[in-house]
Design a protein around this ligand. Structure first.
Ligand SMILES: [Mg+2]
Length: 285
């Protein structure tokens, strides 16, 4: 047999990402960390309809056998992320770092846990005010416990939707001492804590003594992680690579903080599968 990897001819963006990732994952110990929505799961009209790409699912299971850790870092509640991915052996960080499930054991940031009534109150106020101000059958308000998400993807006019929702959300988050962030057709409400996907990745790296970290993400909430990985690399703490999963809605803030990119969820899944295959080849040789 020759030295060619299984999977053979990959799209140029995938091939370039795989080569760059392998360089990092040959460090020991190393981890693959990924976002869910827009990264390994195509953006769906509603969050409940989203499904993890079957190729990505298979690849994450294979990668877990070869690496010190495979972690899923998402804005969803960690139980929701774990149920979507369906691999109990992975580490799940949810609600942008405020909660996690490691080896099946859940943890919630205690300060964030105490803010749950404020999150619920702010979401209720925003929803009531929005429904009083306009006909908004497309509005989805999702209470995720320690954070909340307001979805307007189903709105016929997203610009008008955000123009309606953002001032209401700013007022409610101000009243309840919460933070408001904007994402892909969503507004997110979180506690005023210096916890985000970047601090979550730093903790994971510290706990496991990681020397190599590859992160896949697509949205503005992933920029915290991208930035943390750049800083860790510049400080000589670990070898890191930031892979942007691009689409028509990609923010310039994402483009400014990635090392390589692939075009969409299917290409991300192809990258993960090729990585798993080539890591297996290297080890078995
Ligand atoms: Mg995402």
């Amino acid at each position: 047999m020759d030295e060619a990897a299984p999977g053979d001819i990959l799209a140029p963006d995938v091939e370039a990402a795989v080569v760059a990732c392998l360089e990092i994952l040959r460090q020991t110990p190393a981890a693959v960390v990924t976002d869910i929505d827009g990264t390994i799961s195509a953006i769906a009209p509603t969050p409940a309809e989203a499904m993890v790409d079957p190729g990505a699912h298979a690849a994450l299971a294979l990668l877990r056998e070869r690496l010190a850790a495979v972690a899923v870092v998402s804005g969803r509640a960690p139980q929701d992320g774990a149920a979507m991915v369906g691999l109990p052996e992975l580490t799940y960080v949810g609600n942008h770092g405020l909660e996690r499930i490691v080896a099946g054991v859940p943890w919630t940031h205690p300060v964030a846990a105490a803010m749950q009534p404020a999150i619920a109150a702010a979401l209720a106020e925003i929803e009531t005010a929005a429904r009083a101000a306009a006909d908004v059958p497309w509005l989805i308000v999702e209470n995720k416990g320690v954070t909340g998400t307001i979805h307007y993807r189903l709105a016929p006019d997203p610009v008008a939707a955000v123009a309606l929702l953002e001032p209401l959300a700013r007022a409610a988050t101000g009243r309840h001492d919460l933070r408001l962030t904007l994402g892909r057709m969503i507004l997110e409400i979180r506690p005023l804590l210096a916890v985000n996907k970047g601090t979550a990745i730093r903790e994971l790296a510290h706990d496991l003594g990681l020397r190599g970290i590859v992160f896949f993400g697509d949205d503005v909430t992933d920029v915290d992680a991208f930035r943390a990985l750049r800083e860790m690399r510049q400080a000589g703490e670990a070898s890191t690579l930031r892979v942007g999963v691009l689409g028509p809605e990609t923010s310039p803030a994402v483009l400014a903080e990635i090392d390589v990119s692939v075009s969409g969820v299917a290409a991300c899944a192809a990258t993960l599968l090729a990585l798993a295959a080539r890591l297996a080849l290297t080890e078995d040789r």
